[in-house]
Write a protein of this length. Structure first.
Length: 474
């Protein structure tokens, strides 16, 4: 047991392992293989100094490789003060299972730097990031064919651009250098739709749940996503995009938002753009006009709503507050927001949970598309788009000639336009999310001993990793 675990409350890493074991117990796997899949292969710790503000500051960073059954291994790099080896290893394990579940052909990895990025200015952060990247690149822990990082908490396009540039400086003749990291800005080899991808995936996964009348009914919800009352905890990149799409496109009402400085509530729903603008301007949600405010942001988790979307840190719903959760559906946009203890309690209460390894897999799915784009050196849709348009135009003309009637004007433009990169990315992501929901659900409904979607997700992921070890002769 991990030293930070208590009998009541397992640590994040123990929670992931417990969930793994619960699923593995329902499978027919040799003990040795089960152990091989569960354990983390290696974690590299680096301590490096950077001269800043007239003195040397020492930073500690990690890159953990959980499983190399497929390469490259994949997973974000997080910048946060509480980053430590256990956290990075738990997150790397989740990456392995996540990739396997959504059929993204990567092993699992994760990196972290123990730093509060808000304490440093942009120049300083660039020097720190480049130095960290240098340490990882020289050990092939960043490499297009071996280990490909991406954004995570506290990092984004800017940091990925620095990392890619650092790699290029150290591998000047590598034609695939762009593929060493994903989540880059569009102008530096990134792909349209990567920034919104995790939030978009949360939206698609929620839509998948609501397409299944029985799942909705058993959770005690009325049919249809439109009008559902949603609470979001954490309005960072993932929470913001999920809330934006669910409210603007699916007709959900965002009735509560939890942030670092407190939580705000409004029964008739928030405009996410307005809250986001307030957050950027003031640094918090406090003082947002026309909203009820409480200082304890964690109270958002206990608010009255239909759907709760924890989109910030791991371990926010524990045995201490799980009983107070009122939502009938929890969509885990963050990694590991529920401890294993909370997960048990909520399942017994009949709360439906769309598990993290599925709900937040949109990010790595679109990362995969970006990596493929970088290796193929061509933007998606570049070859087909105009050809598709010409074909559609010809079809319209033929229909008009055959029927003697004009094609409906309001449909012409939509029908005529060929697929752009963002259309293809969204289509690929939607297809991925639908496919994975179908796989999880089929197993969950077929076997009575599979209690929930999370267990089904783990079983599918473990089965796929086991299959690839078998084909490697391990
Ligand atoms: N950090 C994201 C995650 O936890 C994305 C990882 C990636 O794109 O490689 O899934």
């Amino acid at each position: 047991m991990n030293p930070t675990s208590t009998p009541q409350e397992p640590s994040f890493r123990d929670s992931v392992d417990l969930m793994f074991e619960r699923a593995a117990a329902l499978m027919d796997l040799p003990q040795g293989l089960r152990e091989k899949i569960r354990i983390c292969n290696a974690t590299y710790t680096v301590r490096f100094g950077v001269r800043l503000r007239g003195e040397i500051h020492t930073f500690t960073g990690y890159r953990s490789v959980h499983s190399e059954h497929r390469e490259p291994v994949k997973g974000g790099i997080r910048f946060a003060p509480a980053v430590d080896q256990d956290e990075v290893e738990a997150l790397a394990a989740l990456m392995t299972y996540k990739c396997a579940l959504v059929e993204v052909p990567f092993g699992g990895s994760k990196g972290g730097l123990a730093i509060d990025p808000r304490q440093w200015d942009e120049d300083e952060l660039e020097r720190i990031t480049r130095r960290f990247a240098y340490e990882l690149i020289k050990r092939d822990l960043i490499n297009p064919s071996q280990n490909v990082p991406a954004p995570d908490m506290g990092t984004g396009e800017r940091e990925m651009a620095w990392i890619a540039d650092q790699y290029r400086r150290m591998h000047t003749t590598d034609i695939n250098a762009d593929a060493c990291v994903t989540g880059k800005p569009r102008s530096r080899g990134g792909i349209s739709g990567r920034v919104e991808a995790t939030g978009r995936g949360v939206q698609y996964s929620t839509q998948c749940f609501f397409r299944e009348a029985r799942d909705v009914e058993e959770a005690g919800l009325s049919q249809g996503l439109g009008g559902k009352r949603v609470v979001i905890q954490g309005l960072g990149n993932v929470g913001y995009h999920a809330a934006k799409f669910l409210s603007e496109e699916d007709g959900c009402r965002i009735v509560g938002i939890g942030e670092r400085d407190g939580a705000i509530f409004r029964e008739d729903g928030f405009s996410i753009e307005e809250v986001r603008a307030h957050l950027i301007e003031t640094g918090g949600v406090k003082g947002f006009p026309g909203a009820a405010y409480v200082e304890n942001g964690a109270l958002a988790l206990e608010a009255d709503c239909d759907i709760l979307i924890p989109a910030a840190l791991e371990g926010v719903v524990t045995h201490a507050n799980a009983d107070k959760v009122k939502a009938r559906l929890i969509v885990e946009a963050a990694n590991g927001p529920l401890t294993a203890a909370a997960d048990d309690m909520l399942r017994k209460k009949g709360v439906a949970i769309i598990p993290d390894m599925y709900a937040n897999a949109g990010g790595v799915t679109v990362s995969y598309f970006e990596w493929v784009k970088n290796l193929s050196h061509i933007r998606f849709g570049r070859m087909q788009r105009r050809r598709e348009e010409a074909n559609s135009a010809m079809l319209i003309k033929s229909l008009e000639q055959m029927t003697g009637q004009a094609f409906p004007a309001e449909l012409t433009e939509r029908f005529l336009s060929g697929s752009s990169e963002i259309d293809l990315v969204r289509s690929g992501l939607d297809d991925t999310m639908r496919g994975a929901y179908g796989d999880m659900r089929e197993l969950w409904r077929r076997r009575e001993d599979v209690p929930d979607l999370r267990t089904a997700a783990y079983m599918i992921a473990i089965g796929r990793v086991a299959d690839s070890y078998a084909s490697l002769g391990i």
